[in-house]
Design a protein around this ligand. Structure first.
Ligand code: HEM
Ligand SMILES: *[C@@H]1O[C@H](CO)[C@@H](O)[C@H](O)[C@H]1NC(C)=O
Ligand SMILES: *[C@@H]1O[C@H](CO)[C@@H](O)[C@H](O)[C@H]1NC(C)=O
Ligand SMILES: CC(=O)N[C@H]1CO[C@H](CO)[C@@H](O)[C@@H]1O
Length: 498
């Protein structure tokens, strides 16, 4: 009896999986053949980074239509293939694609309910409120804080060079951006530059440690969100969660008790908590944020703010160490601008155009967020086709694949900052360069991220020369299990004081 029941269950399961895997075929969409159980995600996490897997799918399907079909486990996912369609999704028909299908669990894991994962009206209202913290006026106000951290960074580099000329730059850069974002987002001295074991650094590291088992769990939770919620699955590590909740609670209490006002993100969040209007005359229709919600937003600024920027900077240094002519040119840009302005002012940094080009070319070749996802929030008939994308399904944009497509970037593995001269940029479709996403849900911290990268690189190039060390692998190997596109074993460079 049990035997027949088991047999029946297995047979039903096999039919169900078959039916799932014929999803794209039934709809006449070109697709990549899946394998049970991982679908097209086979090999990801232990052998390959997700960007490699997505790039392969993109290459295989490109040319078959506006999008193609792939499978994450047993879930059908649409992969965008052409730039017009990408523009449609991110901008023109944004009202169908305003959410990401990121797993969050407000009840069991309050820190996971942040701007990046929030959905619908709640997201829209909060986004509108927070946008005012990232204007160029606010960036200018935070600028002295950033250069203050950069001065400490430069002192640390001098000490490190005296100790030995081979330096692991990725860790040092992560400590720099941790302190920058810590002081701008929390008004706290994280002090991770001078104390590598500082709590903020330890927690930040913990979140981004390559952890394949965890990544697979998170992606599974993403695909089966209601099951994961019913099982009380928490995406944020309990210790990390405890630390951040504590840090935010202390800061908020301190500031409220002592009536401290500062020009930082925390100040704004506290106002939202107390349901005060952020700007004069603007009604607050959001309702007050709870302390948990305040903590979640600071948490996402911290997470999104340090690892992406520090990896972008480390790739830039790596490429400049490989190409000494480009490095000389970048250094000349810093020196000439400094001569003109006298010191590292906001205006000087904004004027370092070649540094800006080098950063963008690094973001092209190594986009820290190698893919962008959107969930379909209501049935969407794809223009000029007979196909409807179903409500609740996921769409992925293969950023890494686009950035390495020889149709847009001839010889894509070559690092060439001149791809970002104003004339070259004007000749390209802007949707083939989307390291920050695009449209109403574009990265809110783009300006901040670009600015902190410029400041860090300007200080480094002014005082140091970088060359490859015997420990630097060429080409760099991507760490397969990490969420952000990052190099395995850090980034060792030979550093010389100028
Ligand atoms: C080089 C640095 C950075 C890169 C490459 C980057 C990349 C991205 C990307 C690709 C997205 C998704 C956009 C989309 O779906 O269209 C995003 C969203 C976001 N980023 Fe960044 N980011 C960077 C720096 C920062 C910084 C410094 C902060 C905060 C201070 C930040 C905060 C956020 C937030 C809160 C979101 C979610 C926005 C929303 O859903 O409304 N990012 N980022
Ligand atoms: C949390 O921290 C405690 C003590 O600091 C440690 O014993 C425990 O293993 C940590 N738990 C996790 C899941 O990292
Ligand atoms: C680099 O890319 C960003 C984002 O697309 C853009 O706003 C900026 O103008 C670019 N800078 C240069 C120098 O091309
Ligand atoms: C399948 C998927 O969405 N993969 C990754 C896309 O990028 C984000 C952010 O870098 C990762 O968290 C996802 O795992």
């Amino acid at each position: 009896m049990w035997f027949y029941l088991a047999l029946l269950a297995v047979t039903l399961a096999v039919f169900w999986v078959r039916k799932r895997y014929s999803y794209w075929k039934d709809r006449g969409v070109a697709y990549v053949k899946p394998m049970f159980p991982a679908g097209n995600l086979k090999g990801f996490g232990n052998k390959e980074h997700i960007s490699t897997v997505m790039e392969r799918c993109y290459k295989q399907l490109k040319g078959t239509g506006p999008f193609g079909g792939i499978f994450f486990f047993t879930n059908p996912v649409a992969i965008a293939l052409d730039l017009d369609f990408i523009k449609t999704v991110l901008v023109k028909d944004f009202q169908y694609f305003h959410d990401r299908s990121v797993y969050y669990n407000e009840k069991d894991d309050p820190l996971s309910a942040h701007l990046f994962s929030m959905e619908g009206t709640k997201w829209r209202n909060l986004r509108a409120k927070l946008t005012s913290t990232f204007t160029s006026g606010k960036m200018k106000m935070m600028f002295p804080t950033i250069t203050g951290v950069a001065e400490e960074f430069q002192k640390l580099m001098i000490q490190e060079v005296q100790r030995g000329d081979e330096i692991e730059m990725k860790e040092i850069l992560a400590r720099f951006t941790t302190d920058v974002i810590g002081s701008c987002a929390f008004g706290l001295e994280c002090n991770s530059l001078h104390d590598p074991e500082a709590e903020f650094r330890r927690m930040g590291k913990k979140v981004f440690e390559p952890n394949t088992a965890r990544l697979i769990k998170v992606i599974l939770a993403q695909q089966f969100r209601s099951i994961a919620r019913a099982l009380h699955f928490a995406a944020v590590d309990k210790n990390v969660s405890r630390f951040f909740m504590g840090a935010v609670k202390d800061t908020v209490e301190y500031r409220e008790k002592n009536k401290v006002e500062r020009n930082d993100f925390m100040n704004l969040l506290i106002k939202l908590k107390n349901a005060e209007a952020i700007e004069e005359g603007s009604a607050n229709n959001l309702g007050a944020l709870t302390l948990e919600e305040v903590a979640a937003q600071s948490f996402v600024f911290f997470l999104a703010g340090f690892e992406t920027s520090s990896t972008a900077m480390s790739y830039c240094l790596y490429e400049l160490a490989l190409n000494s002519e480009l490095q000389d040119k970048a250094r000349a840009d810093v020196m000439e601008t400094l001569k003109k302005h006298g010191s590292m002012t906001y205006e000087a940094i904004q004027e370092m155009n070649y540094i800006g080009q080098c950063i963008n070319e690094s973001l092209r070749k190594y986009p820290p967020a190698s893919n962008i996802t959107r969930s379909v929030t209501k049935d969407y008939k794809v223009p000029d086709t007979k196909i409807t994308l179903e409500q609740g399904s996921t769409l992925v944009i293969p950023v890494y694949g686009l950035h390495h497509d020889p149709e847009y970037y001839p010889n894509p593995e070559r690092y060439d900052p001149d791809r970002f001269t104003p004339t070259q940029v004007a000749m390209r479709n802007p949707y083939c360069f989307i390291p920050f996403g695009e449209g109403p849900r574009i990265c809110i911290g783009m300006r901040f991220g670009l600015m902190q990268a410029r400041v860090g690189l300007a200080y480094l190039l002014r005082d140091f020369r970088f060359t490859l060390s015997s420990k630097t692998p060429v080409p760099l190997k991507i760490s397969p299990g990490s969420a952000v596109l990052t190099s395995e074993g850090g980034l060792w460079l030979h550093v010389q004081k100028l």
